[in-house]
Structure formats: structure tokens, C-alpha cells
Design a protein around this ligand. Structure first.
Ligand code: G
Ligand code: G
Ligand code: MN
Ligand code: NA
Length: 253
């Protein structure tokens, strides 16, 4: 209850922030960027989502947080576009709860209109668990948003209740190899095999593939060798404040 009232205050006092983690190509350019929410708590410092999303989910607070993230991401996208600092896409995590809202497409349309953000520069990351229930509705929502120009990435691929028929039916642009497969890629032959198969499947289905959780040069070497072309992880950069992210990308150039 205490943290719940603190969360309400957090809205009034603008204590939420987006952090940004770069997604790099094999040639070292920054291709995309993932937005990740943080709460700048007045006493406890910078908090990751695990410290507050679970509590927010027990009330209407989560709806407010989800909307805040979407609007803040679109405002940032527009500001970057206007200042000539832009990337192929800005990735935003979208929860199953959002995708199941009947008016989610309209919410997104309203935010695009209000902010002037270009939907073709947005990538929505969703985890495969959204397909556990209401597959039909989720599929319809994804197709409507895709018609607006928004791309979709299947996050944490290989860890959830996935079914290959979703890949066939839904317009996914990208598969995100879960970091658990990357973590032991040097020592676990099964993980190497799984990563190879995900990359081969993505290629055959004309999807991009990105490896997350890349922490070392040797992991990167294996991924490069297997044909992965996009990477995200602490080896390159942790999630950064907007100022630090801009500085990081300018140093790459
Ligand atoms: O940075 P990391 O600790 O940020 O994120 C932890 C988890 O929280 C990840 O699974 C990530 O997808 C999720 N997450 C981070 N930001 C958001 C957000 O804005 N919306 C949703 N739905 N999930 C988020
Ligand atoms: O579930 P999702 O992929 O949206 O989560 C992104 C999360 O991964 C964030 O919590 C982010 O801080 C974390 N993260 C990013 N890079 C790395 C990494 O190299 N290693 C680990 N363990 N976590 C990472
Ligand atoms: Mn993600
Ligand atoms: Na992920």
C-alpha cells in the first residue's frame, strides 16, 4: 500500500524516466534502441521495473504506467527525428495486458497523432506468452498496428509458450534470442544448436534476428560466426539515460 501511494505520487512528480539500450549491427552502427522504464525514487534511487511493475499490476496504476511509456517513447522518437538524431527504430516493450485492451489500437493512434511520432520508426516488443489466451484478438491488434507501419519483435524468443504457427500467422519483423541461450553459448553445445536453429529459421522466414544479453567478445564472436547480425547487451552498453545514450552513439560515429 505504501509503495502504491508512492507510485501515485511518482506520476504527479514526474519520477518515471525512459532509459535506452543500443542495438548494434555487426559493423558497429547503432541500428535500433530499446526503451526501458525506470523510476527515480526520491529515497531509493533509480529503480528497475522488477521493483515496482508487480505492485503496479495489482491496480489501475499499471494502465497509467503503460500509457506513460508509450507517450514518452513517442515524444522521444519525434524529438530525435526533429533534431536529426534517429535510428532505424525505437523498440518499446508492450505487455500482454496492453495488447488485450480492446481500444489499444486507438490509444496508439491517439498518441501518434498527439506526438507526431512516425509509426514506421516504432518496433513493439512482445513476449510469446501473450498468445496463451485471446490469440485471435491479439493477432487482430498486431495486424492493425502493423498496417499503421509499426513493426513487431518477438522478445525472449524460445522461453515461453511459443508455437511456430504464431510465426506463420503474425507479421513479426524480428526475433529476439533470449539471453539465457546467449549466456552459456561458449560452454553449452545445446545452446549453440538452439541459436543456430533460431537464426536459420529467422532467415528462412525473412525475419531479422537479434541476440540479447551479449556480455563478452567471445559470445559476440560465436554469434557473428553463426550469422547473427544484431546485438544488444552489457558488452556494448547497459541501458542509459537519454543524455548518456546520445553521447554513446555520437562516440560510435
Ligand atoms: O531494464 P530491465 O531491468 O529494464 O527490464 C526488466 C524487464 O522489464 C524486462 O523484461 C523488460 O521487458 C520489462 N520492461 C522494461 N520497461 C518496460 C516497459 O516500459 N513496459 C513493459 N511492459 N515492460 C518493461
Ligand atoms: O525482457 P527484456 O528483453 O525486455 O529485458 C531487457 C532487460 O535485459 C533489461 O532488464 C536490461 O537491463 C537487461 N539486460 C540488457 N543487457 C543485458 C545483459 O547483457 N545481460 C543481462 N543479464 N541483462 C541485460
Ligand atoms: Mn524487451
Ligand atoms: Na528480452
Amino acid at each position: 500500500i505504501k509503495i502504491e501511494s508512492q507510485l501515485r505520487t511518482a506520476f504527479q512528480q514526474n519520477q518515471f524516466e525512459l532509459y535506452f539500450q543500443p542495438q548494434l549491427c555487426a559493423d558497429g552502427r547503432c541500428e535500433g534502441v530499446e526503451a526501458l522504464i525506470r523510476w527515480r525514487h526520491p529515497q531509493r534511487g533509480l529503480l528497475a521495473p522488477s521493483a515496482f511493475i508487480g505492485i503496479a499490476e495489482q491496480s489501475d496504476l499499471i494502465v497509467m504506467i503503460d500509457r506513460w511509456v508509450m507517450k514518452a517513447a513517442c515524444l522521444q522518437l519525434k524529438a530525435w527525428r526533429d533534431s536529426g538524431f534517429s535510428h532505424e527504430y525505437l523498440a518499446v516493450n508492450v505487455s500482454s495486458r496492453q495488447l488485450r485492451q480492446e481500444d489499444f489500437v486507438e490509444q496508439v493512434e491517439d498518441i501518434l497523432a498527439e506526438t507526431g511520432a512516425d509509426p514506421r520508426a516504432l518496433m513493439f516488443e512482445i513476449t510469446e506468452n501473450i498468445f496463451i489466451d485471446k490469440v485471435e484478438q491479439a493477432g487482430k491488434t498486431i495486424r492493425c498496428l502493423n498496417d499503421l507501419g509499426i513493426r513487431f519483435s518477438l522478445d525472449n524468443f524460445g522461453t515461453g509458450y511459443s508455437s511456430l504457427c504464431y510465426l506463420k500467422k503474425m507479421p513479426f519483423h524480428q526475433l529476439k534470442i533470449d539471453r539465457q541461450f546467449v549466456a552459456d553459448i561458449l560452454t553449452d553445445g545445446n545452446d549453440v544448436a538452439i541459436v543456430e536453429i533460431i537464426i536459420a529459421m529467422a532467415n528462412k522466414l525473412n525475419m531479422q534476428v537479434i541476440a540479447e544479453g551479449v556480455q563478452t567478445q567471445t559470445q559476440l564472436d560465436v554469434l557473428l560466426d553463426k550469422g547473427c547480425r544484431l546485438y544488444q547487451g552489457y558488452y556494448f552498453s547497459p541501458p542509459l539515460s537519454v543524455e548518456d545514450f546520445v553521447g554513446y552513439v555520437e562516440k560510435l560515429r
